[in-house]
Ligand binder design. Sequence first.
Ligand code: ADP
Length: 861
Amino acid sequence: MAITPMMQQYLTIKEEHKDAILFFRLGDFYEMFFEDAVLTSRELELTLTGKDCGLAERAPMCGVPYHAVDTYLGRLIQKGYKVAICEQMTDPDGKGLVERAVTRVVTPGTVIEQSMLEDREPSYILCLSIKGDRAGAAFCDLSTGEFWVYPIASIKNRLAEELSRLNPRELLVASRAQLMGISAQIGCPVTEGNPGSFVYKNALAALNAHFAALETGSPGLKGEKLLVEAAGALMRYLTDTQKNALGHILKIKRFESARYMTIDRAASTSLELVEAGRARTRKGSLLWTLDKTVTAMGGRMLRSWIEQPLLDKAEIEARLDAVAHLKGNAIGAESLREQLRGVYDVERLLSRIAYDSVTPRECLSLARSLSAVPYVKDLLRDMDAGALSAVDALLDPMEALVALLDRAISPDAPVSVKEGGIFRAGYEERLDRLRSAATDGKNWIAQLEQQERDETGIKNLKIGFNRVFGYYIEVTRSFYDLVPYRYVRKQTLAGCERFVTQELKEIEKTVLGADDQAMRLEYELFSAIRARLKEALPGLQATAQGLKTLDALLSLAQAALENDYVRPDIHEDGPIEIEDGRHPVVEQAIGRERFVPNDTRITDESRLMIITGPNMAGKSTYMRQVALIALMAQVGSFVPARTARLPIVDRIFTRIGASDDLYGGQSTFMVEMTEMANILKHMTDRSLLILDEVGRGTSTFDGLSIAWAAVEHIAGKRAKTLFATHYHELSELEGRLDGVANYRITAREQGEDVIFLRKIVPGGADRSFGVAVASLAGLPSSLIARARQIMARLEVEGELGGSIGRSILDKRKNAGDRQIRLNDYGAAELAEELKKVDVMALTPVDALNMLYTLVEKARRV
Ligand code: ADP
């Protein structure tokens, strides 16, 4: 038995795309066969059928309709699969085999379909050329054509951060084996590229081929071996999968990591920069507070600014100047925003232009977007401030292109390019002529129908149309007698017969011919428009860049206005001095009037703030507020404070909350210590550290000792540090260690309750409010009363208030002070036990028993 020719064709094509699912176009469907069919039917819950393929057994088959392909494609890509799209290259003529070829391989990192992308997030594919611990990195957002390269000095130390920053959708390497030992950090599908494409000579050739064709010359990386290899291999992979449609990758930019503050995953998560909470929603993040952008591309720009704060003073000031100007010129700013509201995601249109898949309707959006540019430029003329001047230089109104689109494209243009109706009347005379021939023809047919009815007396005579027979006259059975001789019978159906006449045939020729020709002509004319758009790519890209920057700057100005932010006073170094600082997100959540502002002064003498205060006092909020203010300033944003004098910090490190780190299967304490190790290794005297409850995840003594030693270590390195702790004992360090200063967030006990004042003041906490907070939380009052008793006794017996620290210092000399150690240990243990009690789940008897045990334990302490 021989396999059918079509199956043979399928197998040949499939052979070249073994690592992808092959979508094989058959008329109105994409069909999958064999293993691909089994896999796809399972993943997409499609019905698995079979097709005769010439072999004894039918080939497993499933399919999706072509017009809904994006949805299915999206779901497969999301799951990390690649899909090769195989199209029919010739029209079926009923005789031979239709020619077919793969026109594109869609992979997770090369998606450009709007429906599969997040509007306000970039979508990167990252390629690494790895040599030992070093690597060249190239990354590209194919939907916009941005392409960057940069070196990574140490894969071991830096890769996790780079992956967290870029969040790539796909990672391309020469061989998976190179990722041994680091694969756990990679959260995206990994593709092995063609190893030859990573060879320097080939990589350089691939780059030169692309950029020479664009006539922009070679990208000037020659000699930088790893960078060329990464960029060349990526370019080759993109060419192989996208089949040359890469005209929108206009240049390779160097990503200068030294320009930006490094923000690792821990900092980004705990400061909730772009996502907040466990559900990782946008709402509640810093981005959410600052994002007043009106275009999707502006939204992406602002997001990247927040994820990459600047380090260069001049660059920061340029953004601040622009924001200040826009904030001070509310009317001008609103007019600019108004113009931007009509602007479409031009940046992502670039890929569609490069792919020749831009639709007539998108041309309308483009024309509308571009027609805003002259107004924008006009408004900017009087706003030559900081980063705004660069914006103006990027904007190109492209009047000729806009005029062409306005003149050509009909306001009712369709999405499809094959069905006509794209062009305005008057745009092209040939088209107008064909169109009126077609319309006239249709009128003639209507006239003819009437005329035939009158002549024959067949009242219900009808002229109809179908694809096989063309136009016909239809007569029902009861009128057969009246059919004249000149009618030629074409088809007999159950209740009627169909005829043609000489005259009808002639009209048909005009109508069909004209319609057909008109559509063909429209397609041709539209192809010319697409080609014209391709030529405009460089100008469009610059303009998109300008518009999105403007949108992001306007957004910062608007946020500053709405939320009453001030311009920070930036210095290369020196102290952090904030008056009436606020947490930008918490103040939104609880209302500005309920938020208690606080001052911050971190000078060389008080560079390490030890912050104590009861749970819920506001320690974490305060510390994050300082970090966010520093970060916002370096983004170029105004800040929530009355005044702020800020040095440029090189990095913000955070170590916050033991509970939210249950990833990677490590114990929380292990995670905490790993993060601490990382911070201690990388911090400099220009870093800002936010440390919350270091040493909490282990026993009291261990924890206190580690926290203590950490404070000593950090103070020696001069990094600016906010260190919140429930170990009051650390207050002992003020005065003993250079640069350490005590603060506490105040609360007042009123009767049995605590009132949180949320004010930070100098000085260490002298007591804990744990019992009062436990009471607030609803522990039984008898238990609380007993706890107060115990506490009173502990304080008297061990003279605990603030003295444990001293006793630890003493303990270095006198290692066996059993009395105090037991007191401290026992009390902490008791507190731990109390914390675990789930009061609501206890039966009265259980509660009594538990109270009994606790009291017994307390007595033993
Ligand atoms: P801690 O870290 O001391 O346990 P948090 O910083 O988590 O306390 O703050 C607890 C709650 O108190 C926050 O959810 C917030 O709503 C509120 N809060 C914190 N700081 C302030 C403030 N300055 N003004 C008003 N409310 C605040």
